[in-house]
Design a binder for this molecule. Sequence first.
Ligand SMILES: [Zn+2]
Length: 140
Amino acid sequence: MIRYNLQCRKAHQFEAWFRDSGLYDAQVAAGELTCPVCGSKQVEKAVMAPSISTGKRREKAKAEAEQAAKVLKGLREMRQQVEANCDYVGPSFAEEARKIHYGESEQRNIYGETDAKEAETLKEEGVAVQRIPWVPLENS
Ligand SMILES: [Zn+2]
């Protein structure tokens, strides 16, 4: 919302709120803006600087927070899926992933810890690995 301080030809000043500056122009052009004191349609902006209401900013912050919460929820669900469907092999992830890849270990889904460099090496070897952000669960 944009607030304008308006003034009629008789110098009555009043405030009016508009969804945007284009709407103000449209209403003036259509003669829909009248002075609340004398009813004059000869209305113009008394002060050029519009003030922006903080409502929109608050809405934006709220939307951003909701979006972040949604992403976090998605990551938590992904972690729960991984924990439910994969074997945890801890720090020996790279070694175990390789064994599975080369048929030396039972074919299954695993998860564990490895560093970025090791994960890249595995990928180059053709091992299907994926690094995912590991977020803390709500109650931990
Ligand atoms: Zn007036």
